[in-house]
Design a protein around this ligand. Sequence first.
Ligand SMILES: Nc1ncnc2c1ncn2[C@@H]1O[C@H](COP(=O)(O)OP(=O)(O)O)[C@@H](O)[C@H]1O
Ligand SMILES: [Mg+2]
Length: 265
Amino acid sequence: MVTMPAPPPAASPPILAADRLAKRFAGLVAVDGMSLAVAPGEMVGLVGPNGAGKTTLFNLLAGSLRPDGGTVSIAGADVTREGPARRLSRGLGRTFQIPRPFPAMSVMDNMLVGAQGQAGERLGAGLFAPLATRRQERAARQKAAALLDFASLAHLAGEPARVLSGGQRKLLELARLMMADPALLLLDEPAAGVNPALMDLIAARIAQINAGGVSVLLIEHNIELVRAMCPRVVVMAAGRLLAAGPAEAVLTRPDVVAAYLGEAV
Ligand SMILES: Nc1ncnc2c1ncn2[C@@H]1O[C@H](COP(=O)(O)OP(=O)(O)O)[C@@H](O)[C@H]1O
Ligand SMILES: [Mg+2]
């Protein structure tokens, strides 16, 4: 019997892969055959001029938009036909360019809404809630309190979310997402419109989350921040992949620099 050499061990699949994704809006091609992959534990920057299709790509990756073509997979499983809730349960969490917390609800209650197991819905169950339910609720509150502390929002837990600054809303959204223990975060301009002190805090917290093993795909206009945070960068322009590779090499490429010209970045 001839013994064949053992095949090389299969590399673990990317935590996220997009293959030739396409999305049209009434004649406008917003995403035009875009592919990318994120390896487990990686932090990747997604950059490109305004209107390049970055947010639309996030909507396709997170399941809030259906593509006109192409596929999305999470850890090797094809999720193209799954909605956002199912993708979140597979570990994919995303934030929005403009976070919208429930303004009249307390910061703490914003954390508990939609917490896994729907802890928020049980808050009114009161004295007659079964013991197990109350135990779960207490655990959710403890986790929320720890995450608010992590986001430097603990002192505001009882305040209505409307009092939060733009940067604090970004932090609340990030903390709330961490309630679901995501394996992968899609962050849409987490530092946009945030004052410099909070920007440093947000960047540090994202780096900490990534150091804890969570993969991150980060849309960010602040190129200095991208350079500081992301070893690898993907550049989109006009819905397509323009460049991908090590941050420094990609961000100094003449065609990448040209894509930003006229944008006053
Ligand atoms: N829901 C929509 N309907 C119509 N056009 C849209 C919609 N969402 C985005 N677009 C268009 O798609 C293009 C890409 O937008 P977007 O994904 O927001 O880019 P980016 O996030 O890179 O700035 C833009 O021309 C934008 O106007
Ligand atoms: Mg955008």
